[in-house]
Design a protein around this ligand. Structure first.
Ligand code: S3P
Length: 213
């Protein structure tokens, strides 16, 4: 009889082979996404890192040099590329689903998990990292404002929400897995859908702004 830990990793318990994480900055998308990918034995892609790789620029540099709309264009192209993949957990940037097209694209491919956290937790987690959109006099107030503005978009993108507030990563991941099991039961066709191309190398071709691939 397999132990509980070994049993958790049996492939037949993997409810989906593609899943996206969305949510505000500092809700834990990258950390939880990585842990979830280990739990489900999938690859992990962080769209911020792919954008940085294909543009050879850091996200703050993109925002400074070209502004937010251009970052959103890069994100849309990277999201499109991520739809072709299979066997992957895709962690998105905090503003990716502000664009309706990105929400539609992600939802067309599989489950989209919304990670949530309080403004205080978000502030604690983001204050030591460079987040140009939060570089203002009162970052917590800015977080509240942006959360309120983006709330409808996050909710529209989400297949289901999970709280990442003050909890062990393992517990958050278990909640997500339970949510994915329920989602896969309710959406068997989408859950069974496989990518056309499975290589992470497909993600990193050069992006030309304005041209859709
Ligand atoms: C942003 C979130 C960041 C990054 C950029 C803009 C946003 O991603 O894409 O700074 O608009 O919320 P993380 O959520 O990974 O920090």
């Amino acid at each position: 009889m397999a132990s509980a830990a070994a049993k958790r990793h049996l492939p037949e318990e993997r409810p989906v082979t593609w899943v996206a994480l969305v949510g505000f900055m500092g809700t834990g998308k990258s950390r939880i996404g990585w842990e979830l990918s280990r739990r489900l034995a999938l690859s992990f892609v962080d769209t911020d890192r792919v954008v940085e790789r294909v543009t050879c620029l850091k996200i703050p540099e993109i925002l400074e040099l070209y502004g937010e709309p251009v970052l959103r264009d890069f994100e849309t192209e990277v999201v499109r590329r991520c739809l072709r993949l299979d066997q992957v957990v895709v962690s998105t940037g905090g503003g990716t689903v502000v664009r309706e097209e990105n929400r539609r694209l992600l939802k067309s491919r599989g489950p989209v998990v919304l990670l949530e956290a309080s403004p205080e937790t978000i502030y604690k987690r983001t204050r030591r990292h460079k987040r140009p959109l939060l570089e203002v006099g009162d970052p917590t107030e800015r977080i509240r404002t942006l959360l309120a503005e983006r709330g409808p978009a996050y909710r529209d993108a989400a297949s289901f929400p999970v709280s990442g507030d003050d909890r062990e990563a393992e517990d958050v991941v278990e909640d997500i897995v339970q949510g994915l099991v329920a989602w896969a039961r309710a959406n068997p066709e989408l859950a069974a859908r496989r990518g056309e191309r499975g290589s992470l190398a497909d993600l990193v071709g050069t992006i030309v702004p304005g041209r859709r691939g």
